[in-house]
Design a protein around this ligand. Structure first.
Ligand SMILES: NC(=O)c1ccc[n+]([C@@H]2O[C@H](COP(=O)([O-])OP(=O)(O)OC[C@H]3O[C@@H](n4cnc5c(N)ncnc54)[C@H](O)[C@@H]3O)[C@@H](O)[C@H]2O)c1
Ligand SMILES: [Zn+2]
Length: 348
């Protein structure tokens, strides 16, 4: 079954297709765009790349943060020129979120913007990275520091790609799905994975339609991320992003409880939902609360004081100037476990 989710952005609107085999729709999308040539940049095996129906240059890519950098964008654009790609042609990305981000930025910059279609192949890229038009690469100074808003012409979330995804990468994506429970998707537990992907994309599409440029409502998507980012750094990226967000989601529940925004049963629901997905729910044993709070002060939501997206009587919203002592109290309430046990829990 294929689910079609529209991302409504006026003349930049597009569809996200979710389901087995949807990658083959790429030829239809390209025909509708009227492109005569395509460059497919793929981190997956050649036979996984669908037929485009037009003259195509296929370029290999490598997923992973090391290649998500400006020199990759420059190299891709050079290949586009040598192939003769014009502004009315199309670029296709096929890979994890690092590849869709990098190829998306190359498409945004080449000739000041050429159409791009994403074929995300990791769960995280299907539910999050490929949808919404944010593209970026890393600098040695930090992640995602150079980027552009560039909406794709279509996103094809072919769930057949997920069959070869390592278990830990599935869990990485489930971390993002779990947080959707608290930002408007409702209870997705027990649904087939494909429906959970579609629900997560629908939620993101709605938020992006209201706040394409991340100046307001898009903050919601950062549920669990303030502590999550701090934990990724504190563990030297020993936790995958989705794992850190999972722990951050449990923490967001505790903090909302400490602040009296939600009752104990809703606090407990955070633990239950994250635990349901087999994701870690405890803080790594040796992380220091002072260090975490220092790092959370650097979060982009911390315009002044500490900022978190927190559940409350009117649903989740951005809460600024959260008192430090409440944050320390919520951190102190978190269970603790050795890092290898946390990761062990998810790989079991
Ligand atoms: N643009 C956005 O809005 C946005 C949102 C969230 C995350 N991101 C970015 O996405 C990136 C993370 O994405 P990711 O988790 O996909 O990382 P990734 O691209 O590094 O992929 C994770 C791992 O899964 C492997 N993989 C991917 N698909 C596979 C498949 N079908 N079979 C087997 N292995 C497969 C990759 O080779 C890699 O080892 C980060 O750089 C993050 O900044 C962007
Ligand atoms: Zn995330």
């Amino acid at each position: 079954m294929t689910t079609t989710i529209p991302v409504r952005l006026g003349e930049r609107s597009y569809d996200v297709l979710v389901g087995p085999g949807v990658r083959t729709a790429v030829a239809d999308v390209i025909r509708r765009l009227g492109a005569k040539r395509a460059v497919v940049v793929s981190a997956r095996p050649k036979e996984w790349v669908p037929d485009t129906g037009v003259e195509t240059l296929q370029l290999p890519a490598r997923d992973g943060e090391p290649d998500k950098r400006l020199s990759t964008v420059e190299a891709l654009c050079g290949e586009f020129v040598r192939f003769g790609l014009t502004r009315s042609d199309v670029v296709v990305s096929c890979g994890g979120g690092t590849t869709t981000d990098t190829v998306g930025l190359a498409a945004a910059l080449y000739h000041r913007g050429v159409a791009v279609i994403h074929l995300p192949t990791s769960l995280l890229a299907q539910v999050d990275a490929s949808v919404g038009g944010k593209t970026a690469v890393n600098l040695p100074e930090g992640k995602n520091l150079v980027g552009a808003f560039w909406q794709p012409s279509a996103v094809l979330c072919d769930t057949d790609y997920l069959s070869t995804l390592p278990r830990r990468e599935i869990l990485n994506g489930l971390g993002e799905i779990a947080r959707c429970h608290f930002i408007g998707a409702g209870d997705l537990r027990g649904l087939p994975l494909e429906e959970q992907i579609a629900a997560s994309v629908t939620l993101k599409a709605g938020v992006v339609a209201e706040d394409e440029r991340d100046s307001g409502k898009r903050h919601l998507l950062n549920y669990g991320h303030t502590l999550g980012h701090a934990l990724e750094l504190a563990t030297g990226f020993g936790l995958r992003h989705g794992e850190a967000v999972a722990i951050g989601t449990v923490f967001a529940g505790r903090l909302a409880g400490v602040l009296g925004r939600i009752d104990q049963s809703r606090v407990d629901e955070h633990l239950a939902v994250v635990g349901h997905y087999g994701l870690p729910t405890a803080l790594p044993e040796d992380v220091d609360p002072d260090g975490l709070v220092r790092q959370m002060h650097r979060d982009k939501k911390a315009l002044s004081g500490l900022g978190f997206v927190l559940d409350g009587p009117a649903g989740a919203e951005l809460v600024t100037d959260v008192p430090e002592d409440a944050v320390f109290r919520a951190l102190a309430q978190m269970p603790r476990a050795p890092l290898d046990k946390l990761i062990g829990a998810v790989t079991a």
